[in-house]
Design a protein around this ligand. Structure first.
Ligand code: SF4
Length: 302
């Protein structure tokens, strides 16, 4: 590597595993994207345009589409292209658009952007470059519902993202791959999982009648939950649009009351740990109630 020239990393890969980032730069083989994934990416561009049209029809002024932004750190340069800047009378926002399939959209509804650490890292970098609050517009590709969220601060610590990129970059400069561990889910999605050797032993497929029935009930429940979320989301959007102008009204026996924009405060654990000695944190820790940690998920979601 030429001294004094910082390697360029894309902001969209800022949340990727440092082992994958280093491997790409060291020329490890990466399987080509399937046609299905290419088609999905194409579709995302189409959805992005539709989201912009919807926001414009609601009075947002959308400018700076695909504007290039960059940030420099002592070791590297980060470059990205923002989806745009959205403005209306109450301010200007960094616009970030995502179009998700219904399963991932539901994960977004439940966990917010922190359920997608790569998106969270990407938008944190954009925010650091643009220094505006963020308007997330996340579209359910199957239903066309758009969830809008305003974030006044970035979802992750930019310094932590840079730490992780530095691990990749330092390893590249040493010509080796960094040690890294990920969970099973990340491993399943990893395009270069072969870098970490064989995965866990195959899990057993059970064909017991009570479990087959439980699987049917689980899927049925999930479908009902999805329908319910979709219907409640549509109703909420309609109520909210009216309630912003008329804060209190009744309709069909429902009482709708708008209390204005609220914001919850929370303790940022990462920031806290950087300010307070680990020992003090341990003293304030209390064991919670034990619970059975059971996770159920579709093995192929997208
Ligand atoms: S399997 Fe996990 S740790 Fe290994 S390269 Fe992929 S994401 Fe990184």
């Amino acid at each position: 590597m030429e001294s004094g020239v910082n390697t360029v990393y894309r902001m969209s890969e800022a949340g990727h595993c440092p082992r994958v980032l280093a491997a790409r730069r060291l020329g490890y083989e990466e399987p080509p994207r399937s046609q299905e994934i290419e088609n999905l990416l194409d579709d995302c561009l189409w959805h992005e345009e539709r989201v912009v049209m919807r926001l414009r029809s609601e009075g947002w002024d959308i400018t700076d589409r695909q504007r290039e932004v960059s940030l420099s750190t002592p070791l590297l340069q980060l470059v990205g292209h923002i989806d745009g800047i959205a403005s209306r009378e109450d301010g200007r926002f960094l616009l970030e658009i995502k179009a998700l399939g219904r399963f991932t959209f539901n994960s977004y509804i439940k966990g917010g952007i922190l359920a997608f650490l790569d998106y969270a890292a990407q938008v944190t970098c954009y925010q650091k470059a643009i220094q505006l609050p963020i308007l997330m517009a996340v579209k359910n590709r199957d239903t066309a519902v758009i969830k809008r969220d305003i974030m006044t601060s970035p979802p992750l610590s930019f310094e932590r993202i840079v730490d992780s990129l530095n691990i990749a970059e330092q390893s590249v400069r040493n010509g080796s791959l960094p040690e890294w561990k990920c969970d099973e889910r990340a491993r399943e999605r990893c395009p270069m999982s072969y870098l970490c050797g064989p995965g866990k032993a195959e899990v057993k497929e059970l064909a017991l009648p009570d479990l087959i029935e439980a699987a049917r009930l689980w899927r049925e429940g999930k479908e009902l939950e999805r329908e319910a979320e979709e219907k409640l989301g549509k109703a909420r959007d309609a109520f909210l649009a009216r309630a912003r102008e008329e804060p209190s009204f009744t309709v069909e026996g429902l009482a709708v009351q708008y209390y204005g924009v609220r914001q919850r405060s929370y303790i940022d654990e990462v920031a806290l740990r950087s300010l307070v000695p680990e020992e003090t944190i341990k003293q304030a820790m209390r064991p919670g109630k034990p619970w059975d940690d059971l996770r159920v998920r579709e093995r192929k979601q997208e």
